[in-house]
Design a protein around this ligand. Structure first.
Ligand code: SF4
Ligand code: SF4
Ligand code: SF4
Ligand code: FES
Length: 947
């Protein structure tokens, strides 16, 4: 538990290594060059009054409250904009300074509503604090002159209010929006007395370009911008540092609490992934935790047409275990399996795979990473030797050229996007490879040097032609390649990519990208001092996902863009703990840390630790489980925190497989789409209700801390433990830290990680062991993890999913900022004001050809199925390409996606589906059936049978 407010040092830290000595109020102070006098004083424990300065944004020098006296300097300089110099002698307090500061405060206070007792900021208002600090006792100007006290409140944003009557026009909000968030939604309009804060063109916050990140709210020193939750609940009493449960950025937050109620989530300035910033999801969208849909009692039923029956934990666990045992006795050892969750903690995921391998006695465990980043694991392991990204997020601040491939960071990884935008505004160049014109291509003060709008499904053709230009132009960094890589593999690769068939000119017809653009982008990346690649699911979710990851690694090795800060190959992983769920051995062929189950030495270690003999053969992947279920061989599935009926491709195939099983155990917060096919429901816990760790996209292991009790009584790991004990595999952990200790004992990359170290350091990036006791920010520094880097041939093989006369358009999918994954959490928050249904983006040309107007209902038909969505007509997509999201179950985006998958990992080809789009006036047949089924299942839940 921590104190509520963090210390504000006034201006950002300087990164200089040179130290400067000065004296402040007679005290000797040593700080880095580039530090402001205000910060130097704060670091020495001397508090100088301030209003317009705060340490998350650059100093501006407008309020004149932080005046100091400096020997040898004329007048009274503002300490926030004055940098320290060697030997400087600063005085922060004397009568003249006090008089000047009181004068400034008088002016502010004479135009401020003095409703301090009822103001939501009472107790943490900097204006109030400063009035006290300068000793203000009276206001000579009175309160009767012209003022802003009647200015109207803007309540349009669901999470915060804007009350201009309290604004002191310090512009901290404007600068936070510009510098921290990079949206530039706010301005100061007018001059002098008339100046005021305006969102966009003086719109309401909701209608403006504001993306509701909350940086301005955090920056505001008054109650002008205030969280509504704070207004409703009053000030917090304590705070606990934990990690966001949404995306793979892994932002650190202080949950500010009153008892067990979250008053507000404040991004942690010490957070290594976010440095005090956040997005709308992590800061505001936590209302789902207390949503009435939350299921808080265990339930069972014999068949999915029966009413649910609420039962005790004992009965639910006994029933689930006896069903699993019965199925194994009847259908064999391999007839059951489990799916782990990338939203749960490392400790929970680890226990799930342990239960399967040692308790079920098979290796039938898989995870949702199967459907997102499994090709990253495969591709990077085979080229570089380690399955994870190579850098820390901060590394991007040293990049000269950034290539973003198949990722949309402003929506999917917003806090990283803000950091990237900051670097781009400083002058780094940007290449975007994406079929769609994502926001990064052109956004305030940023324009990509190259946007390569390739046709969906042609990534490998494009990466080969980029490599072709680099190789044939003599831009390979030969020294690096000779020293660090397998030279035979390089020579083979060089010959392959140099073949004329891989030239940009030859590939132009395939990719749809002009050779000139490809040549320009290749030159820019190859000539960068530091070139970094960031990529997302637009790379992996293809039939050649693994090939493309290898192609990216080849390109980075050939240009020496690995092994130091500013460069690298960086998968932007989607869910909060998808890296962790892979690290923890969720795949059917691997123990924790990606060690194959056939490795007798590794298997022996786990056998000794777990006291069970383990299988050397890999188990079933998720698609294999579905096939086996339809063949009548796979009958029982334990699913923790995943909604495969919504998230996995070809929904009708998935639901047929679920319907074919005897016992489905779902452990979750809500009756999700999958739970509608379940026989046992075990109410799970949210990220606020448990202890453990998450691992973000930069391999950073961060603490997750319980701030409130789980309404059903147990954290998810405790539920797994109950089931395991009932099945006869004893588990007796009393705290999640004991599970992490076991992971550390058995996992070489985690040996140095413990709850104690995480509490001390905040977070660490694995590998963390004797060699790297404080973690590893940059991978492959002197040598690749596999020794020499290996180039692999990346032959372009077109997907079998082709357009034809019947299905002439290519559908690709993605996500939006305000919704998350299957939407189970964000749909149950006020985020629906920004996005309340999945829509289909279609180019004006394709729309016109089909007589489709804005907001028309359109039928989208593929070889797998059809659904109906509303149309958005936009040239963000190119002609021939349509785009949608999959956040809402009723839109059924995955009814359309097919069974095609990556050749190496079975990762589904979500990003390429041939479709036809037509104007329609009623829902699809699938939607009608889905709605009926949904109504039936809700009724079976609401009218529960007596317990
Ligand atoms: S809204 Fe707050 S941060 Fe913005 S100018 Fe007004 S007082 Fe300053
Ligand atoms: S919430 Fe974020 S995006 Fe919106 S105005 Fe404030 S800083 Fe800008
Ligand atoms: S960027 Fe991701 S981790 Fe950070 S607050 Fe937003 S959703 Fe949470
Ligand atoms: S805090 Fe320095 S001028 Fe406002």
């Amino acid at each position: 538990m921590q104190s509520i407010a963090e210390v504000d040092l006034g201006t950002p830290a300087s990164s200089s290594s040179e130290q400067i000595d000065l004296t402040i109020d007679g005290r000797a102070v040593r700080v880095p060059r580039g530090t402001s006098v205000l910060r130097a004083a704060a670091l020495a424990g001397i508090s100088v009054p301030k209003l317009c300065a705060t340490d998350l944004i650059e100093a501006f020098g407008s309020c004149r409250l932080c005046l100091v006296q400096i020997e040898g300097m004329k007048g009274y300089p503002a300490s926030c904009t004055t940098l320290v110099t060697a030997g400087m002698k600063v005085t922060t307090q004397n009568n003249r300074l006090a008089q000047l500061r009181r004068g400034v405060m008088e002016l502010y206070i004479s135009d401020h509503p003095l409703d301090c007792l009822t103001c939501p900021a009472n107790g943490h208002c900097e204006l109030q604090d400063m009035a006290g600090a300068v000793g203000l006792r009276a206001v000579r100007y009175g309160y009767s002159g012209a003022n802003h006290l009647q200015a109207e409140k803007d309540e349009s944003n669901p999470y915060f209010t804007f009350d201009p009557s309290k604004c002191i026009v310090c512009s901290r909000c404007v600068r936070a929006c510009d510098e921290q968030q990079g949206t530039l939604a706010l301005t100061i309009q007018g001059r002098g007395f008339d100046s005021k804060v305006a969102a966009s063109q003086d719109d309401s916050f909701l209608d403006s370009e504001c993306v509701s990140c909350g940086a301005c709210v955090q920056a505001c020193p008054t109650a002008t911008l205030s969280e509504k939750s704070l207004i409703d609940s009053g000030q917090a009493e304590h705070s606990i540092v934990t990690t966001c449960g949404y995306c793979g950025v892994g932002c650190s937050f202080r949950a500010e609490m009153r008892g067990e109620q979250v008053v507000r989530m404040v991004p942690n300035k010490d957070g290594h992934a976010n440095h005090g910033h956040s997005c709308v999801k992590g800061r505001f969208a936590i209302g789902y935790v207390n949503h009435p849909d939350r299921i808080t009692r265990p339930m069972i039923r014999a068949s999915i047409t029966d009413h649910w029956r609420e039962v005790s934990w004992k009965e639910a666990i006994t029933h689930a275990a006896s069903e699993l045992k019965r199925i194994q006795a009847k259908y064999g050892r391999d007839s059951i399996g489990a799916i782990t969750s990338s939203r749960c903690t490392n400790e929970e995921t680890y226990l799930m795979q342990k239960l399967v391998r040692a308790g079920f006695g098979n290796n039938n465990v898989d995870t949702c990473a199967r459907v997102c980043h499994s090709p990253t694991g495969y591709g990077l392991k085979n080229t570089l030797g380690e399955s994870a990204g190579t850098q820390r997020f901060d590394s991007v601040m040293l990049s000269d050229v950034v290539m973003v491939i198949g990722a949309n960071p402003t929506d999917g990884h917003p806090v990283f996007a803000s950091q990237l935008k900051r670097r781009l505004r400083q002058g780094a160049k940007l290449i975007v490879v994406d079929p769609r014109r994502i926001d990064l291509v052109r956004t305030p003060h940023i324009e990509a040097t190259y946007h390569l709008p390739l046709k969906p499904g042609t990534n490998v053709a494009l990466i080969n032609s980029l490599a072709h230009v680099i190789v044939t132009s003599g831009w390979v960094k030969e020294d690096f390649v000779r020293e660090r890589c397998e030279i035979d593999s390089f020579e083979k690769w060089r010959r392959f990519v140099a073949e004329p068939r891989n030239s940009p000119e030859a590939m132009e017809a395939v990719t749809g990208v002009s050779a000139e653009l490809v040549r320009g982008a290749a030159r820019l990346y190859a000539s960068a001092g530091n070139g970094a690649i960031y990529y997302g699911l637009g790379v992996t979710e293809h039939s050649q996902g693994s090939t493309m990851v290898m192609g990216i690694a080849n390109l980075a090795m050939a240009t020496a863009n690995l092994g130091r800060e500013g460069v690298g190959v960086n998968p932007l992983r989607g869910q909060n703990n998808v890296q962790g769920s892979c690290d923890m051995g969720s795949f059917p062929h691997e123990f924790p840390a990606y060690r194959h189950v056939s490795d007798a030495t590794v298997r022996g270690q786990f056998e000794r630790a777990w006291g069970r003999q383990l299988l050397a053969e890999p188990g079933l992947r998720i698609p294999n489980m579905f096939e086996a279920a339809l063949d009548g061989e796979f009958k029982g599935l334990y699913i923790q925190g995943e909604d495969i009926a919504q998230s996995d491709p070809n929904t009708q195939h998935v639901t047929a497989a679920l319907s074919a099983m005897d016992c489905i155990i779902v452990q979750d917060l809500f009756l999700n789409e999958t739970a509608k096919f379940a026989h046992v429901f075990l109410p799970g816990s949210s990220f606020l209700e448990k202890d453990g760790t998450f691992t973000n996209a930069e391999r950073r292991v961060s603490p997750v801390r319980k701030v409130m009790r789980a309404p059903a009584g147990y954290a998810d790991w405790e539920i797994t433990q109950l089931l395991s004990n009932e099945l006869g595999l004893p588990m007796n952990y009393t705290h999640a830290s004991e599970i992490l200790d076991e992971i550390a004992r058995l996992t070489p990359t985690f040996t140095g990680i413990s709850f104690e170290k995480l509490d001390r350091l905040g977070s660490v990036q694995w590998p963390c062991n004797d060699e790297h006791p404080e973690g590893t920010p940059t991978m492959h520094e002197h040598t690749f993890v596999r020794g020499k880097g290996r180039f692999l041939i990346t032959e372009y093989v077109p997907t079998s999913e082709r357009v034809n006369v019947r299905y002439p358009l290519l559908l690709t999918t993605g996500r939006v900022l305000t919704q998350y994954n299957v939407g189970a959490q964000t749909r149950r928050t006020a985020n629906v004001v920004w996005y309340d249904e999945d829509r289909l983006e279609i180019h004006p040309h394709d729309a016109e050809e089909r007589g489709i107007g804005p907001d028309d209902w359109v039928g989208v038909q593929s070889r797998a199925g059809d659904t109906v969505l509303r149309a958005v007509i936009t040239d963000r997509v190119q002609p021939g390409v349509v785009y949608t999201t999959f956040h809402f179950p009723d839109s059924g985006a995955n009814v359309i996606t097919t069974d095609n998958s990556d050749w190496a990992t079975n990762c589904p080809e979500y990003k390429v589906t041939a479709v036809q789009v037509v104007r329609v006036s009623h829902p699809s047949e699938w939607q009608r059936r889905h709605r009926d089924f949904d109504l039936q299942q809700r009724a079976l839940l609401e009218e529960k049978a007596p317990g």
